[in-house]
Write a protein of this length. Structure first.
Length: 288
């Protein structure tokens, strides 16, 4: 291949790459449209095989598109709708301006208030429910699974009052309205799921709240545990679905919450003794 041919091929690949960056929103917008029109639910209901697999005379769902069907137990419909809705979408065009002003986040720049204040003041019930569902927050999804699997263990879900709402426990599961940054309930083990990325847990405050956790459980000799489920950012040079998803989420944390995901080295600075279990795809489980 001549030098000119090589340069032309390189240019064509570069054009395709940049076009994919520019039009990345097209795929997710089309998926959002299919979800809102009920197409995915129709296929889920009538085609129990398996975005869409195309056959000679019909379509079927792939494992990925099944996660957007209403009756799929682990569906992420709310996450898609939330991020494609006007409230969240309005933050992204503010990204470049945010780098040049003093707003805490692009979301603040777009709405003149934080995400948390927006949910509480503007649409506390509707947007709040979608938000909690999208993040599986406050609904006790993990605790319910633990309580069911281990009926001798008492599980308590602690979250903000407007998140807990009128949720009722039963048996060995209890819902308690409160703020873990003010007071942490005493327990044999504390599970923190997607909590330590919070902007409120930065630097010294992060160490203080981890110390509160330590004070609320028995000693290590008595098998007290803090269990953390969170993301560990991998090297972006690794090209796979998990790594791309991690770094997309890191950007989302910055734009919406002034928060961040952490690398393994950044996590290591927080703990003297820990064990990492590489489970749950994008996330890791820490035993501290």
């Amino acid at each position: 291949m001549s030098t000119s041919e090589s340069s032309s091929t390189e240019l064509l690949h570069a054009q395709a790459q940049i076009w994919n960056y520019i039009f990345n929103f097209v795929t997710s917008s089309a998926v959002s449209c299919a979800l809102q029109l009920g197409i995915l639910d129709i296929l889920y209901k009538h085609v129990q095989s398996g975005f869409l697999n195309q056959h000679e005379d019909h379509f079927s769902l792939t494992p990925a598109s099944r996660l957007l069907a209403k009756n799929e137990p682990f569906n992420v419909r709310s996450l898609l709708l939330l991020n494609h809705g006007p409230v969240f979408s309005k933050a992204w065009p503010e990204l470049s301006a945010w780098f040049q002003n003093h707003s805490p986040t692009p979301f603040d720049a777009a709405h003149e208030k934080s995400l948390w204040n927006y949910i509480e003041e503007e649409e506390p019930r509707i947007l709040g429910d979608i938000f909690n569902d999208a993040l599986a927050s406050g609904t006790g999804t993990v605790s319910m699974a633990i309580a069911k699997a281990f009926p001798n263990i008492k599980c308590t879900v602690l979250d903000l009052p407007h998140v807990i709402g009128d949720l009722k426990g039963g048996g060995n599961l209890e819902f308690v309205a409160g703020d873990m940054f003010d007071q942490i309930l005493h327990a044999n083990a504390i599970l923190l799921k997607l909590i330590l990325r919070s902007a409120r847990l930065d630097g010294r405050r992060l160490c203080e709240d981890l110390k509160k956790c330590k004070e609320s459980i028995p000693s290590r000799e008595k098998r007290g545990k803090v269990i953390i489920i969170d993301t560990v950012l991998d090297d972006p040079k690794k090209s796979n679905e998990f790594v791309r998803a991690q770094h997309n989420m890191d950007m989302l944390m910055m734009v919406l919450y002034a928060a961040k995901e952490r690398t393994k080295k950044e996590w290591e600075k927080l703990f003297t003794e820990y064990k990492i279990v590489p489970a749950l795809g994008l996330r890791r489980v820490y035993g501290v």
